[in-house]
Design a protein around this ligand. Structure first.
Ligand code: FAD
Ligand code: 2HG
Ligand code: ZN
Length: 475
């Protein structure tokens, strides 16, 4: 029987209210939901569904299962791999937008946990935790619009992984609605629980392909009372890796962030954000942004950072360094880092790589890759930066000057092959923190073993036998 769009929309509207089922046929503008953050993928959706609670998600999932409609969970739609937007062809696709489910149910300062609905904005949770004297440590450039459900579904990383781990390390419990509408209650705030398989792990990093995350209990930490930020200039990435080891040894657990930024990345930010100050007296090929935090006073921490950095200068593992004198200066240093993505987006065509390697191998990888890239793709402009402390680089490649974005995009396959083959040869990962989505799905067969893919497909079939959850993503 042919699919009856109007009847389906009427059923969905009866379930969650007409205002919360957006559809193009009645003139709603769906483009903010159907286009990915980078503006590279856009396909039509049957509807955008905006449920208010878990019960409504269950009702919508039952409707989808009964009618064979695919469901794409969507949080803030800030993902980098086009995993939260429709794919071309196939069955009708409805976007399940979690934004209305944004409640914070509980902050428990004694258990050091927060329990939130999936649509809670990351920044909101960070602010509410801070008001209770606690830290929710996940921190990334999109935190003003990405949602906890999206952070969990992508196993997001960000700039504090060095100290607190990635999202997987921060999740204690989940509530999930399965593709058939059943509610799976794993919403416990326990740090120890060995009663059989740890089912929540299946949904963390699954990019919405196994179920809809509707709520989560996450870890909080005592809020640090002191912070210190430094920006260093270096001659090489090898030097940066030595600096990382030396600073960690001196600062210990207080060391929270270690971000690599190439000289070209700094230049790009300064071109598009001209208010960005020149932070060091001369231009270095590489820079590192570092942060330490603890429960003491700012002055004492700053002195400890200064002493550690002075020792590193003497040992030759850093060339030049500036230490932020106050919170405002620290923020200026961080905004340089956070603006790289935006500057690269404004600059036009770019091919992104989100790779990870054992930290010890990163200098060799970059030193080998840069000349190879320049030789194979004359004029290509590598913009290399990222979470060096986690062994994760954004080895992005901007289009040669004068090459149109679309023309550069056509080179994606060839550029990816060069970079990703080198990563694989060093036993690294082609997606450290952004996921696979539709962007890297076609590369999975080249970089995962047949056995890994087989097990993934078996899990997918067991949980989603109709193949309704986020089709065309990951697998
Ligand atoms: P979306 O983009 O909406 O969705 C992402 C995936 O999660 C999709 O597969 C979607 O189907 C699924 N999903 C969303 N919500 C749910 C749910 N409730 N249940 C099941 N599945 C769901 N990422 C990092 O890891 N580190 C960074 O440092 C970082 N920096 C960024 C900086 C900028 C400026 C931008 C734009 C993005 C950055 N990202 C970063 C990428 C992105 O912000 C993260 O991947 C984020 O976790 C996505 O959250 P979201 O709510 O926007 O999810
Ligand atoms: C970051 O670390 C994000 O800033 C985005 O993961 C990386 O834009 C990118 O390639
Ligand atoms: Zn990143």
């Amino acid at each position: 029987m042919a699919f009856d769009t109007q009847a389906w929309l009427a059923e969905a509207r009866a379930l969650i209210g007409s205002a919360h089922v957006l559809s193009a046929d009645r003139g709603d503008d769906l483009s903010a939901y159907t286009r990915d953050w980078r503006g590279k993928f856009q396909e039509p959706a049957l509807a955008v569904l905006r449920p208010a609670d878990t019960g409504e998600v269950q009702a919508l999932m039952r409707l989808a299962a009964r009618s064979g409609v695919a469901v794409i969970p969507q949080g803030g739609n800030t993902g980098m791999c086009a995993a939260s937007v429709p794919v071309p062809g196939g069955r009708p696709q409805a976007i399940l937008q979690l934004g209305r489910m944004d409640r914070i149910f509980e902050i428990d300062p004694e258990n050091n946990t927060a329990t939130v609905q999936a649509g809670c904005i990351l920044q909101t949770l960070r602010e509410r935790a801070a008001a209770a004297g606690r830290l929710f440590p996940l921190s990334l450039g999109a935190e003003g619009s990405c949602q906890i459900g999206g952070n969990i579904a992508t196993n997001a990383g960000g700039v504090q992984v060095l100290r607190y781990g990635n999202m997987r390390d921060l999740v204690l419990g989940l509530e999930v609605v399965l593709p058939d509408g059943e509610r799976l209650d794993l919403l416990r705030g326990l740090r120890k629980d060995n009663t059989g398989y740890d089912l929540k792990q299946f949904f963390i990093g699954a990019e919405g392909t196994l179920g809809v995350i509707t709520a989560a209990t996450v870890k909080l930490f005592p809020a640090p009372s002191a912070g210190s930020v430094a920006f260093a200039g270096l001659d090489s990435i090898g030097q940066a890796v030595r600096l990382l080891g030396a600073m960690r040894a001196r600062m210990g657990e207080r060391f929270a962030a270690f971000e690599l930024i190439s000289g070209d990345a700094v230049d790009l930010v300064r071109r598009y954000f001209p208010d960005t100050p020149a932070l060091l007296e001369r231009r270095w090929p590489w820079h590192v942004l570092m942060e330490a935090a603890d429960g003491g006073g700012d002055e004492a921490l700053r002195e400890a950072m200064q002493a550690a950095l002075m020792a590193c200068l003497e040992e030759g593992c850093v060339e030049d360094v500036v230490l932020a004198g106050n919170l405002g200066q620290g923020r200026t240093l961080w905004s340089l880092r956070e603006n790289i993505t935006h500057a690269q987006q404004m600059d036009g065509g770019n091919i992104k790589h989100d790779i990870s390697l054992p930290i010890s191998r990163i200098p060799a990888f970059v030193e080998r890759m840069l000349p190879q890239l320049r030789q194979s793709f004359p004029g290509a402009r590598p913009i290399v930066y990222g979470h060096l402390g986690d062994g994760n680089l954004h080895f992005n490649v901007s289009a040669p000057a004068g090459v149109a974005p679309a023309a550069w995009q056509e080179r994606t396959g060839a550029v990816n092959r060069l970079v990703h083959d080198a990563v694989a040869a060093m036993r690294g990962s082609i997606s450290a923190e952004h996921g696979v989505g539709q962007l890297k799905r076609h590369e999975m067969a080249s970089y995962k073993t047949a056995a890994e893919l087989d097990v993934m497909r078996r899990i997918k079939r067991a949980l989603d036998p109709q193949g309704l959850m986020n089709p065309g993503k990951v697998l």
